[in-house]
Design a protein around this ligand. Structure first.
Ligand code: TYD
Ligand code: MG
Length: 457
């Protein structure tokens, strides 16, 4: 009989080692290694015996494999369909991660209740049946799904027993960290358990062709709690994020085997659950009376959707020592770089100024096309000169202070036009890729100082 096999796992990042270590070489956390049983005695032997039998599974060439037409289940939620790449793929394992309280359970419950003619099993290890019922009443779905079943259970073997008798067409597990598989002996929430339970659910999804949603909590550092391993196992990783104090929530794809990862979905958290936001630009431009120094609008693209986002800056003389540079929703390093460009290429003395930068609506912007709006916003605040709220910006800034062309300029321009902007500042080099003729006035420039000259004189 072989010995029971154990390994040491870092509880923060899932790093695996054969010996205990004080510090994790992968994520650097201290005292995070815990010994876990990874295989019960004899499992190896069982597997040997099994493989000794004549199994008929043979490797096949690509030509031998036929693909039927892919049938996705179109969910009753356009934002979710969009991030999944057009609906739920049968047999897929989808992880939805986010901080506690962001609305993961609400979203899953809402989708389960709104689905039609589909047997849904909602497995909850966190809330009681009564709590779920209360939440469902609060959401108040019109004609809720009659085939929506709730199971409060954390033992994976019991869950599979239930799926066998119910044969659901969709399974939601809330959350993966509460599950435990009796097949291994570590505690629920440990790396070993999370991996084992997710592995069993993956097997279930692939064998029965049932899509499975896994809810996962995220640690402060932003990784899906504990094991990164989970992200490798699943087909799709969705990240649910947003400022807990604001109503807007963003559903972002960070991995998708069945679609693009550039998509985002936007929701608003109301007293009656999550509402899809179909026209995000309107909410991301704050309601204020007239133009205001330090506020500019950037024409960005998130996924396939153009989004006009308001950038706000506050620049004020630093009272002591090192000036503060505090961006919210924007990369700190990128802000430092833009400040250096403003100093070196445009002659503004940024070294003694505190700079606070904010993307309205609590959204995180990664599109470099926002750069120009950021620079103009900073100078507008510093010089106390407002920029008309009918003007928007779309250009990346290079280290030499040059305006660089950004992709899909036509889409940005038409969105700006649709929302009633009268002028858009772009890179001169984007002119050649300009297709459509529009009523909006296009102002092409090659360098940042020219933009300031034109705006502030
Ligand atoms: P929840 O779905 O429990 O978050 P998670 O599962 O990600 O931990 O969402 C909890 C928050 O959402 C909670 O603070 C209450 C709020 N909420 C509403 O504002 N409106 C609603 O209709 C519901 C159901 C929850
Ligand atoms: Mg929850």
């Amino acid at each position: 009989m072989s010995k029971t096999k154990t390994q040491f796992f870092c509880q923060q990042c899932g790093y695996e080692a054969s010996k205990w270590m004080g510090k994790c070489p992968s994520c650097g956390s201290w005292n995070s290694f815990v010994e876990e049983i990874i295989a019960k005695a004899e499992t190896k032997l069982e597997w040997r015996q099994e493989s000794g039998k004549t199994r008929t599974i043979q490797p096949r060439t690509l030509d031998e494999i036929s693909v039927g037409k892919e049938i996705r289940t179109v969910a009753p939620d356009n934002e979710l369909n969009r991030v999944l790449g057009g609906g739920i793929v049968p047999g897929s394992l989808i992880l939805i991660g986010g901080e506690p309280g962001i609305g993961k359970s609400t979203l899953m419950l809402q989708i389960g209740l709104a689905l039609r003619n589909m047997k849904v099993l909602y497995v909850s290890g966190e809330e009681s049946e009564q709590q779920i019922k209360m939440r469902a009443t609060r959401i108040g779905t019109q004609q809720p799904n009659k085939d929506f079943f709730i199971l409060t259970e954390t033992n994976t073997h019991q869950i599979f027993r239930a799926t066998e008798s119910l044969s659901p067409q969709l399974v939601i597990v809330d959350s993966i960290q509460t599950l435990f598989s009796p097949s291994i002996e570590s505690t629920p929430g440990s790396v070993g358990q999370v991996r084992q339970s997710a592995g069993e659910l993956m097997k279930f999804a692939k064998e029965t062709n049932t899509p499975v949603f896994l809810v996962g909590h995220i640690t402060k550092e932003g990784s899906i709690a504990g094991p990164k391993v989970l992200e490798h196992m699943v087909d799709t990783v969705l990240q649910f994020e947003g400022d807990l104090h604001l109503a807007y929530r963003i559903l972002r794809t960070t991995k998708n085997r069945f679609g693009s990862t550039a998509e985002i979905g936007i929701y608003e958290m109301l007293g009656t659950g999550l509402k899809e936001v179909s026209n995000p630009s309107e909410i991301l431009i704050s309601q204020k009376e007239g133009p205001q120094a330090g506020a500019t609008i950037g024409a960005t693209i998130e996924g396939n959707r153009p989004l006009l986002i308001e950038v706000q800056s506050l620049v004020s003389p630093a009272s002591y020592g090192t000036p503060q540079r505090t961006p919210t929703g924007y990369d700190q390093k990128r802000l430092n770089m833009l400040l250096a460009v403003l100093e070196k290429r445009c002659g503004f003395r940024m070294g003694t100024e505190d700079v606070f930068l904010n993307m309205a609506g609590g959204i995180r912007v990664e599109d470099p096309a926002i750069d120009l709006a950021v620079c103009v916003s900073i100078i507008s605040s510093m010089e106390e000169i407002s920029v008309s709220d009918k003007i928007c910006f779309a250009a990346e800034i290079g280290l030499g202070g040059e305006l660089r062309a950004v992709n899909r300029i036509d889409q940005r321009i038409s969105e700006a036009e649709k929302l009633g902007f009268t002028e858009i500042y772009i890179s001169k080099f984007a002119l050649k890729s300009l297709g459509v003729r529009s009523k909006i006035k296009i102002k092409p420039f090659a360098r940042l100082p020219e933009v300031f000259e034109d705006l502030f004189g």
